[in-house]
Design a protein around this ligand. Structure first.
Ligand code: MG
Ligand code: ZN
Length: 224
């Protein structure tokens, strides 16, 4: 019985995700679903990304909007707002993942015609956000080195479905027992195609690689 209910919820979510995808396509916008445990640095990465894009004097600026998912507060949206990009906060009222209906509603508050990419910061959770398609064209899994090198083995789903993997807080590697080779071995077993970006939102290491991946992804989506 319970299994049937779960399947029905997921089916409904898939239908709404398809609607989100259509809406985004109609405005030539693509969405990236950013997933991780709480505290791995998703919001810091967004801050860094927005700042770097603002400083890049590009002939074709990458215009991003942000959807922040959190169970209870608007603290993350308040961090993004001063950076001058459109941001919408979703509160899930305690729920541990975003669903497509919430994203669809949030998109109504974003100026889609003025955007190229919407980055959706999912609720900090490594398990159930994986099951919910939000209408994104790519998923990014973020892990910080303080969380341990065994996570791709323990939480295979989030890494398996990722189109890019970000290992954050690499500036802390000398101080923590994080075995990079072990991590890469575990990651390779569940995902052998997603690029891995060694990132430090503190020092800015890895930021350029990530930005060029983001630009490349957008270009690829627009070609197809
Ligand atoms: Mg956050
Ligand atoms: Zn959940």
């Amino acid at each position: 019985m319970e299994v049937q209910i779960v399947q029905r919820v997921l089916k409904m979510n898939d239908e709404l995700a398809a609607e989100v995808r259509q809406l985004l396509e109609a405005h030539d916008v693509t969405a990236v679903n950013m997933m991780s445990a709480p505290g791995s640095g998703k919001t810091s990465l967004l801050e860094r990304t927005i700042q770097a894009l603002g400083e890049a004097h590009d002939s074709t600026p990458l215009r991003i909007g942000v959807i922040e998912g959190d169970p209870d507060t608007s603290l993350d949206a308040e961090r993004i707002q001063p950076l001058g990009v459109p941001v919408v906060q979703i509160n899930t009222s305690g729920s541990c993942h975003l669903e497509a209906n919430l994203v669809k509603r949030a998109l109504a508050s974003l100026p889609l015609d003025d955007l190229d990419v919407v980055i959706v910061e999912n609720v900090g959770n490594m398990v159930c956000p994986v099951s919910f398609d939000l209408g994104e064209s790519a998923r990014v899994a973020v892990l910080s080195v303080t969380e341990g090198d065994d996570k791709p083995a323990k939480y295979a789903g989030i890494f398996r479905t990722a189109n890019a993997v970000i290992l954050n807080k690499v500036d802390l590697l000398p101080y923590v027992d994080f075995d990079l080779d072990r991590f890469k071995t575990f990651l390779g077993r569940v995902n052998d195609h997603a690029p891995l970006f060694m990132m430090s939102c503190k020092t800015g290491e890895g930021l350029e690689m990530w930005l060029s991946w983001l630009r490349g992804h957008l270009a690829e989506i627009r070609r197809s």
